[in-house]
Design a protein around this ligand. Structure first.
Ligand SMILES: [Zn+2]
Length: 255
């Protein structure tokens, strides 16, 4: 809570909490449009059911959802739940940064870092993609977090990011040599730059272990419930989403 009690901490917290749902909404848009090759910024938002162009009253994060009970104003069709979930996740990321970051600078950087992780998880879940724009921004936010931390500094952040990339590049090569097909994407390798830079060297094995265990546990659960049998053991896993969630959890635990 150190960030909140510092001078300017309260207005900063209010700003980040108001921005959170809007950032979540934007990240959901990125995750939805990216795999279809659509322009993220320029194309207007339309109802997926009736195609009517949505106005600002339909697009206020969380508020529009509540006011319209999650339905299109024009045709009454249900709006995708994933949108309001992303808006809530954006708000949660801001709240975690406000509550756990030690200084105002770390609060802003922490929110940016968690938002990047959220966007990466959404993109990986939607389309098995980790866009360079998001892994790059995550790496920069991670370096800035390292620089703002007196115990680490920017050089330690750079070194940890490089180790993360090297370890995952080696893992990727090894998997391909052993199994004869891709197991890890290049996006996962680039993601490790930001995870190493933001969380430090000691966090790299922890994040990887938590992500791997969570992926295995969920795959096991899906198999028990009979969902996984049709997909088979070689079904792709959005491992980047697991890495991003594990990194966010570790940021909260170590902030
Ligand atoms: Zn509609």
């Amino acid at each position: 809570m150190g960030g909140l009690s510092a001078p300017g901490g309260l207005p900063l917290a209010v700003f980040l909490l108001l921005a959170g749902p809007a950032v979540g909404s934007f990240l959901a848009l990125v995750a939805e449009r990216l795999p279809r090759g659509e322009d993220v910024l320029a194309a207007p938002s339309r109802c997926r059911a009736c195609g009517v162009r949505l106005g600002w009253r339909d697009l206020v994060p969380l508020v529009s959802w509540l006011a319209l009970s999650g339905r299109c104003r024009h045709c009454g069709a249900g709006l995708p739940r994933s949108l309001v979930e992303a808006e809530l996740a954006g708000l949660a990321a801001a709240a975690l940064a406000v509550v756990f970051a030690p200084t105002p600078a770390a609060t802003v950087l922490g929110a940016l870092y968690l938002w990047c992780l959220l966007g990466l998880a959404l993109c990986d879940l939607a389309a098995f993609r980790l866009p360079d724009a998001l892994t790059g921004t995550l790496a920069l936010a991670g370096l800035a977090l390292a620089a703002a931390d007196p115990a680490r500094g920017v050089l330690a952040g750079l070194a940890a990011g490089a180790v993360g990339v090297a370890a995952f590049a080696a893992l990727r090569q090894g998997y391909r040599a052993l199994r004869g097909h891709e197991g890890l994407g290049m996006g996962d390798v680039k993601l490790m730059a930001g995870i190493g830079a933001g969380l430090g060297l000691a966090a790299l094995p922890m994040v990887t272990l938590i992500a791997a265990l969570a992926a295995l546990a969920l795959a096991g659960l899906a198999r028990l419930r009979g969902d996984g049998s049709a997909a088979g053991p070689l079904a792709p896993v959005p491992f980047g989403a697991y890495l991003a969630c594990a990194a966010a959890a570790l940021w909260v635990l170590t902030a």
